[in-house]
Ligand binder design. Structure first.
Ligand code: ZN
Ligand code: ZN
Ligand code: ZN
Length: 166
């Protein structure tokens, strides 16, 4: 059984614990499998973080309730059709979604929501937080919301000239 030293953790391990790689000498990768997996995981977290930043702010937050605990946040297809979209472009994970979004100049089809608001939207059509938002007190805003179904926070952002809304 052959051994190889991992270029990351510096441990000598059996080559069985390395992924095979045609690009590397001896046909195995320079990092061991667990270092490689750890690295991939970190990369995924970074990609997810950056994508959430693009669609909310840095640090990322729920555009409805402002929740900013990363574990609660998700990228939501704001007009629906997530499954169709993912299927059409074969977007299986966050990295594929991220590179698709980048390639398409971060289109106005995603928003960051926490799981709570996301679920509430699915059940009630719009999140109950809506009624606590200050913009609702403005009758013009209210009218605009009912006519266009544009969420108040989108309008806040449009008014502030912030970002990704076309
Ligand atoms: Zn290692
Ligand atoms: Zn929320
Ligand atoms: Zn909400």
């Amino acid at each position: 059984m052959e051994y190889k030293k991992c270029a990351h953790c510096r441990k000598n391990k059996k080559t069985f614990f390395f992924n095979s790689s045609k690009m590397h000498k001896g046909g195995v990768a320079s990092w061991c499998k667990s270092c490689g997996a750890e690295n991939q995981k970190k990369h995924r977290i970074r990609v997810r973080y950056e994508l959430l930043c693009k669609y909310s702010g840095n640090p990322p937050f729920c555009v409805c309730c402002k929740e900013n605990n990363l574990s609660f946040l998700a990228l939501d297809h704001k007009f629906g059709g997530g499954n169709i979209h993912r299927k059409k472009y074969k977007l299986k994970g966050i990295r594929q979604i991220s590179s698709w979004a980048k390639k398409n100049n971060y289109p106005n089809i995603f928003r960051v929501l926490c799981h709570n608001c996301n679920m509430a939207e699915a059940i009630y059509g719009k999140c109950p937080h809506y009624k606590f938002m200050s913009l609702e007190n403005n009758s013009d805003t209210k009218k605009y919301w009912y006519e266009t179904k544009t969420f108040p926070y989108e309008m806040e952002w449009i008014i502030a000239g912030n970002g990704y809304y076309i």
